[in-house]
Design a protein around this ligand. Structure first.
Ligand SMILES: *Cc1c(COP(=O)(O)O)cnc(C)c1O
Length: 479
């Protein structure tokens, strides 16, 4: 497809403005004026409409196709959440509007949304208080790690290490390291969960915290969490829960009830904000009572007279971690989603997320190798059986593209050979799951009968198989 600049024809326009009847000279000082007019594409309106419509049809998203990208929860988000976020009373707000008096009436509703969402999330994760500030999951982790550091500093604890199991999300070690800790990795056992003996061996007085992704990146829930929490608390360490994938356990099990001290959740995965393309997201962090004083500012409080206000007065706070009040519109969509589903609906969402992943695993078991047992919200398979025929996870992923599906996450987690991580999410119908399963079975058959065909895939897309290394080094966005 040609670039819009390449379609330009000199003199072709789509709109003509009337002659300017006021002096235009000398409005912009000369030093700010460029000599030549900019070279902009010249096209008719129809050319422009066709160009951008054609581009938009190359888009792949949840609104067009099934998108089982493991760990990313690419689920459908109800459009009514988007609609409320667009209400002018919310979208037109300026962050510097006064909270009370003067323009106060304009912001009380927004403050109430933040306050009530904070209360609802505290209830959902079983924590005393939640900061709504962090702008992404990884940002929530960093905030949590800063809170961990503040806690130990205040107690005069000498702590240098954070333990992260090898089945943790890739951002966990990065967050702990940025907060100044040395990261100690603990292996998983053959059931795919953190090896308890190895954890015990790594534990000493210098351990500030354990960061546990729950469920972990193999889609498994660790049943020993209360025991692990007891061990870490004995050295005055803290239990951090990476709860980005809370849609697996929401309403079933609260991190605060099983021994965690801190948890971050991803509003853009578990609740209702579209995910992908780098944001916007939100990664609120909940803490137990003993850590409340360290939360970032500002927080929204409800006064005795029923009004809402921002609170900055927290002397032990880790300070600002984001401008203003977090990603307000993402918080708002979460609020609408929670109110829409209610308690029973949230529980049902988790049940469906887990049911769908297990359904997929059971149906695909005769054709692919699944290294672990029953899963939570996502299942991990290994394409090692297919590798015997020279077909890799990558080839199967490309074959799925030809069949109209977004591939699952591949080659992650690193601890599974030829990994494919399928997260169907709770919003897909049985028919969609079955269609995907059928495509996967067909690909397993082709892997045996005609492996070369899969090395060519995809063949139906505007861009076929890329040399990925060359593509990264020599980027050409014009094709
Ligand atoms: C997605 C994810 C993160 C990171 O969240 P971002 O919003 O992408 O920064 C962290 N942990 C887990 C388990 C995740 O799935």
């Amino acid at each position: 497809m040609k670039l819009i600049f390449e379609k330009s024809a000199p003199g072709r326009t789509w709109v003509t403005f009337p002659e300017c009847d006021v002096p235009t000279e000398a409005q912009i000082p000369d030093r700010f004026r460029r000599g030549e007019p900019p070279e902009l594409p010249e096209l008719s309106e129809l050319d422009v409409v066709r160009h951008f419509t054609a581009l938009s049809r190359r888009n792949f998203g949840v609104d067009t196709n099934f998108y089982p990208l493991g760990s990313c929860t690419m689920k459908y988000n109800p459009k009514c959440c988007e609609e409320v976020a667009r209400y002018e009373g919310f979208s037109g707000l300026h962050p510097l509007l006064p909270q009370l008096r003067l323009g106060g009436m304009l912001t009380q509703g927004a403050l109430q949304v933040v306050y009530e969402t904070e209360r609802l999330l505290s209830e959902i994760v079983g924590m005393a208080e939640v900061t709504m500030q962090p702008l992404a999951g990884a940002h929530g982790e960093l905030t949590g790690a800063m809170i961990i550091a503040a806690y130990h500093r205040a107690k005069g604890n000498r702590k240098t290490k954070v333990i992260v199991p090898d089945s943790g999300h890739g951002t966990n070690p990065a967050s702990a390291a940025i907060a100044g800790y040395r990261v100690v990795s603990v292996p998983s056992n053959d059931r795919g969960i953190m090896d308890l003996d190895a954890f015990g061996a790594a534990l000493d007085d210098e351990v500030a915290a354990l960061m546990l992704t729950s469920p972990n990146t193999l889609g498994l829930f660790n049943p020993h969490i209360p025991e692990i929490a007891k061990m870490i608390h004995e050295v005055d360490g803290l239990m951090y829960c990476d709860g980005a994938n809370l849609n697996a356990t929401m309403g079933k099990c609260r991190p605060g009830d099983i021994g965690f001290d801190i948890v971050h959740i991803n509003l853009h995965k578990t609740f209702a904000a579209p995910h992908g393309g780098g944001g916007p997201g939100a990664g609120p962090v909940g803490v137990v009572k003993k850590l409340s004083e360290f939360l970032p500012i500002s927080l929204v409080i409800k006064r005795n007279d029923g009004t809402y206000a921002l609170q900055y007065d927290r002397p032990s706070s880790v300070g600002y971690i984001a401008p203003f009040y977090g990603n307000f519109e993402v918080i708002l969509k979460t609020y609408v989603y929670i109110r829409l589903l209610g308690r029973e609906g949230l529980i049902e969402a988790s049940e469906h997320a887990v049911l769908n992943a297990n359904y997929m695993m059971e149906k695909l078991k005769p054709f692919y190798h699944f290294p672990y047992g029953r899963c939570m919200h996502e299942c991990i398979l290994s394409a090692e059986k297919q590798l015997e025929h020279g077909v890799r996870a990558l080839d199967i992923a490309k074959g799925l593209i030809d069949r109209g599906f977004h591939p699952p996450t591949i080659y992650f987690p690193l601890i599974v050979k030829e990994a494919m991580m399928i997260e169907p999410t709770e919003t897909e119908s049985r028919e969609t799951l079955d269609a995907f399963i059928e495509a996967m079975i067909e690909l397993a058959r082709i892997a045996e009968s005609d492996p070369e065909a899969l090395h060519q895939a995809p063949t139906t897309t505007p861009v076929s198989r890329l040399d990925e290394v060359a593509a990264a080094r020599n980027m050409d966005l014009g094709i």
